[in-house]
Design a protein around this ligand. Sequence first.
Ligand code: BGC
Length: 728
Amino acid sequence: MKTLACLMLCCGLMSWPLCGQPRYKDASLPVEERVEDLLECMTLEEKILQLNQYTLGASDNANNIEEVTARIPAGIGSLIYYEENPELRNGMQRRAMEQTRLGIPILFGYDVIHGFRTVYPISLAQACSWNTDLVREACDMAAAEARRSGVDWTFSPMIDVARDGRWGRISEGYGEDPYTNAAFCTASVEGYQGSDLSSSTQVAACLKHYVGYGASEAGRDYVYTEISRQTLWDTYLPPYEAGVRAGAATVMSSFNDISGTPATCNAYTLSKVLKGQWGFGGLVVSDWAAVPQLIPQGAAADRKEAARLAVNAGLDMDMVGHCYDNYLDSLVREGAVSEERIDDAVRRVLTLKFRLGLFERPYTGEVPADQRLLLPQNRELAERLAEESIVLLKNEGGLLPLQGQRTIAVLGPIVDAPGELLGSWSGHGRGEEVCPVRDALTEEFGGTSQVLFHAGCPFDGDDRSGFASALETAREADVVVLFMGERRGWSGENGSRSCIELPEIQEEFIVEMQKAGKPMVLVLSSGRPLALQRVEPLCDAIVEMWQPGVPGGRPVAGVLSGRVNPSGKLSVTFPRTTGQIPVYYNRRQSSRPRQGLYQDIPSTPLYEFGHGLSYTSFEYGDLKLSRESVTGGETLTAEISVTNTGERDGAETVHWFISDPACRITRPLRELKHFEKQVIPAGETRVFRFGIDPARDLSFVDSDGNRFLEPGDYYIMVKDRKVRLQVY
Ligand code: BGC
């Protein structure tokens, strides 16, 4: 029933100051009540405006630069906010609050992907830390920087399982494994949102890109994806289900066409699964202009049809597509879209605005930038995360850490390219705020060794003019450290590569430097796994530093000197060659496991998922189960002890896998179900445990998402240890 105040407002009988407080403005009422009250006050036109997102400020997304910011109606639902300071937002918000009939605040969103101004490592690297606590803290820090700068909503985390390193967006997710993506998704949602979305230091999270975007054919971006229902449920949906359980406020649909039905208008994934089976009560936004992109995708004949398909499938908000604002009104009047559906979508938008406290505090405090951004503790947190993300891939003869070398030659294109270390989606991060490799190594080794720097080689192209002098520098040194890899624009959105080897010129440079006959360390900075088959044999040690953000060269300098004991392990498989893709640990078994192998390369990857070395050594004890057989309803504990048998303290991550060798729907050879990282002081032993709940850890879903647990034999595995567990 309409409240009297609202009725009068709608009929224009009563102006706001005279009517007293409408119920939706009463902060003491429950959100649901306020939403319903406001909804009843709204005209169709006002409702439809809430379902649109435009932009405000200067876009830094090169892919979207052509889009022109339209004249913004004050009653708009949401804006992508490109500024770093809140002033412009507040000005726009003032229009919404003061110049519209109902005073509904605008929701400001932005891509805070791995930091706002304090940029920390890319997500693929974060996952290699296996430290969900640290990732939660980093997201919490990014949330505070963002919210205090005028952003209420981040388009993060990206939880697209990705198994093709050619796809540039592999850098934005947590790797190839569903469980890993789910675990880091939960941590980041908790970090962004905290326990109270209305806090002035938290933002709403957005699970993206829903769903299956990572299956892009041949790693090309925006393209078709062929995904069976079984694979959808096994591989691509689990991180989203975890994110919904963690309370993520929003979801972004993806660009890809899922086996004939684009995600933007996919009623199965949006309505049946997300909103139906999982009971998601939040808001679903499209990806950038994805609604009109239903036309080139072949799903809609025109923009009106695109709007109809998307909204009826369950997509609530149109990101800059201008289909909802132009056509929903006539679609409703023609009966092609129901008013109930519009109300449902608006309800979701309003609920978020109330939860964020925007009705009570629509404006952002205008605090000077140096009091909210890049604070020393933020930098320090980014550095710790970067240290834990670094993966020591190879360390022949214990070359690392470097100790006692009189002269170190530091070569390669990364040496003087701090901006590249930010990675893609670097928010408001600035290249000049990244610690350059040159400065970091000078500081790290300056007192003990002479460090000679020489880029010597470009990222790509064919300028070999620096090769000869670089070789001379290498000859003068006791050890050569090569900083090679990718520019930041080579990964991320629209950043696919057809070959994930290092560019030819970089490979040649490595071959050339080998002529100096010195021990060689290869340090890689990349936004994807690289195929290193040709260069791996030439290097004594290999370190993957990823794209660490503002800490730049400092964390890896610490690893090279031994100040930091590396503890990262791969969240994604490194293939030998590009042709080996897709190669990932949780594949299904072949019918002839010993046959069908490649003739030209070993069929195993170069570096497996979970691979990563340390400067100390760990010895694993026996894997024990608290009981060897259980019913489906009982639980048990698996445990394994790990001893640090080396001479320095180190952190070890134990990955717990399960396998079900015979199942009515075949299962992967191994599936990660739990991981834990612990610091183990030299000489000490720690016990790692996995509390197994068969209903959760040994059950699987069928192609409709129905969970089942079969009686039979399962295996619990850690490294090469494997024990049988019987479920009866
Ligand atoms: C990307 C999204 C991003 C959006 C807004 C799109 O092009 O795919 O990940 O959140 O733009 O910037």
